[in-house]
Design a protein around this ligand. Sequence first.
Ligand SMILES: Cc1ncc(COP(=O)(O)O)c(C=O)c1O
Length: 400
Amino acid sequence: MTAFIEAASPHTMNTYGRLPIALERGQGCRVWDINGKPYLDALAGIAVNTLGHNHPVLVPALQDQLTKIIHSCNYYHVPNQEKLAAKLVELSGMSNVFFCNSGLEANETALKLARKFGHDKGIALPKIVVYERAFHGRSIATLSATGNTKVQKGFEPLVDGFIRVPLNDIEALKAATAKDPSVVAVFFETIQGEGGVNAMRADYLQQVRALCDERDWLLMIDEVQCGMGRTGKWFAHQWAGIVPDVMPLAKGLGSGVPIGAVVAGPKAANIFQPGNHGGTFGGNPLAMRAGVETIRIMENDDLLGNATRIGQRLSEGLHKALDGVRGFKEIRGQGLMVGIELERPCGVLMQRALEAGLLLSVTADTVVRLLPPLIMNEAEADEVLAILIPLIKDFLDEPT
Ligand SMILES: Cc1ncc(COP(=O)(O)O)c(C=O)c1O
């Protein structure tokens, strides 16, 4: 079986350095590979499987939808688009939603909104402020907005019109945009995911909100990874009590069914007119049902509260075990978005965790990242700690 997996990619493009397993089925926070080996899932398909696997309410709802209609297209109304949009509007305090299929599509939509916002104001070459270490996707525009030269290398020329600044430095933002009338938007993740679980401070978020108001810029917050309840609020920026003008979502919104959305506040809600933007699959009945049901279940089961409680348990357990250990740097994140930074590259821990029956990721070379399903319970969180802590300690004990 293992040999089959290793030789199994002659016809798919060589885009991923894959680990040598294939997952066949899952139940709750547990998955099994094709050899029957179980794993505890502390990754959720990179912050996607909000409700874990084979959820007893979601799956029958999706089965029901499959027998009704999977796709219709945007020539016609899709009732669950309206239902999901209304829910996202209620949860965000914003006003209108556009649906697409992925995070990069949602971000691409946000970038188009910002440019059109500028053009509508008579700015011919609008500029958007983006951040160091950001990750926004792999289309030509979103990789240009991304702050990682590894992602960009080989795809030049990059898209123009971005100004890059460091995180959490309001003076740097003011200096980079000083006397530049072509700036139209500021675009960032509340907590950077791929960049290493780096959070924007609440006071910085408030300062940027005020600056955007003062200068008539759009505040665009990529909540693709940190949104949808992962931090214990519906959207991570809500911890700072602010509301953005544009908010791309994806990943956890459909609990595994591909989906993307851009939520817009009043300043951005009417920028697009018919013909400005669209897509064949966006807002299809299956994805919309997945979104509606995911949010309903999250509300019924208080999964935001669970994300806070279990996140705290994980982070307390990690602190208790790792504080003071040589080679351990810090724990970052909020709720069930946890980054454990070590002093040296630790990519090997992904493979070692896999062997020990735990799915997680390592990002930005030195950060072990946990993004479990929001349904994780205390016993499962303790099991994550019981597997992970010895792995990290043994790794840090090794000679460099
Ligand atoms: C913050 C953020 N934005 C955008 C994306 C891109 O999403 P997708 O992979 O669905 O295109 C990601 C993916 O990791 C992400 O973390």
